[in-house]
Design a protein around this ligand. Structure first.
Ligand code: FAD
Length: 305
């Protein structure tokens, strides 16, 4: 990676795993993209706190879960990616609420809720991200949204201080979550509330949602879910399809034939192919319909010079 700082980072007595010049294609569901200068996978919450306490405030940090909504440009991420999946994995009942750490995957959360006779978590099953990513994105589907279930969240500040925050402290909307006081903080857990209900019905709903997804989404090809946010009162997929863009390809990136709001990696796609295709779809939709589409996927890192 052509960056000014040397590719080393002394982790001393930290218990997690540090990698250098790590290809992010291994960690994002598009299976494409550049490298991270460092990638740290903490051993647990205490280890993550210790990591943050000793990381210089100038080091750019990017917290990631399963990378199911993320693209790192070919020029790479010039800082440390902190990966929580597999690390912050606690999941338990606490005073009638579910406490889950940020690395818990959506499907695990949905099944844990059903096993505890709770309903309303079914929609999480089809979102292939972690709770941390779902909190950051206010992920949702089929009428459910992550923050509708949140009683309070647990965050770590940039300097490693552990805090609890209430939903009222955030601006929350469709795929939008911003802390009102602009501090750099990261989600490490949340307490979620669900209603008691018919578990068998919840399990059936989970099965039905899985079937619905595999019928309508190109799950066999690397993708990042819906690329664009739905414009107000409209559907990004319908607009893209109406503009004749299904099957449009740049390099190894293609607008899915199965679901027009998905871009799939048909083999060897680069982050640039994907980003160029995103731009081409935006330009065509704007030209033909006058509607501006905005990406839902997060694109980070340096462009190749
Ligand atoms: C097949 C498929 C279907 C999908 N369906 C849906 C759907 O129905 N609804 C939907 O909303 N999304 C959907 N998605 C998109 C994606 O799964 C969600 O956005 C999910 O919330 C991302 O979680 P993640 O852990 O993978 O986050 P990542 O992709 O790793 O990160 C996404 C963003 O969240 C930030 N982030 C991650 N963890 C933290 C943390 N602990 N603290 C602070 N910031 C953090 C990252 O920095 C990044 O900006 C789908 C994706 C795929 C591949």
């Amino acid at each position: 990676m052509n960056m000014s700082e040397p590719a080393h980072f002394d982790i001393g007595d930290l218990r997690g795993e540090m990698r250098h010049d790590e290809p992010m294609a291994r960690h994002v569901s598009w299976r494409a993209g550049g490298v991270a200068r460092h990638l740290y996978r903490p051993a647990d919450l205490a280890d993550l706190q210790a990591f943050l306490r000793r990381t210089p405030a100038t080091e750019p940090l990017l917290f990631v879960g399963l990378g199911s909504n993320l693209l790192v440009r070919e020029g790479g991420f010039p800082g440390t990616v902190v990966q929580l999946v597999g690390a912050l994995a606690e999941l338990r009942m606490e005073d009638g609420l579910i406490y889950a750490q940020a690395g818990v995957p959506g499907a695990k959360l949905a099944r844990f809720a059903a096993a505890n006779h709770l309903c309303g978590a079914e929609f999480f099953v089809g979102i292939p991200g972690t709770l941390g990513g779902m909190l950051a994105m206010n992920a949702g589907c089929y009428g459910g949204e992550t923050w509708q279930q949140v009683v309070r969240v647990q965050v770590l500040t940039r300097s490693g201080e552990l805090l609890e925050r209430a939903p009222q402290e955030y601006d929350i909307a469709y795929r939008h979550v911003v802390l009102r006081q602009a501090h750099e903080e990261f989600f490490v857990g949340a307490w979620l509330k669900f209603e008691q209900g018919d578990v068998e019905k919840a399990r059936q709903e989970i099965r039905a949602l899985m079937e619905k997804r595999s019928a309508s989404q190109p799950l066999q090809q690397p993708n990042c879910g819906s690329v664009f946010r739905n414009p107000e009162g409209g559907h990004a997929a319908r607009l893209i399809e109406r503009c004749g863009l299904k099957g449009r390809q740049i390099g190894g990136a293609q607008v899915s034939e199965k679901h027009a709001n998905f871009i799939v990696n048909v083999g060897g796609a680069t982050a640039t192919d994907i980003e160029n295709l995103i731009g081409a779809v935006q330009a065509t939709v704007l030209q033909q319909t006058g509607i501006e589409l905005h990406p839902e996927v997060r694109i980070v890192g340096e462009r190749v010079k």
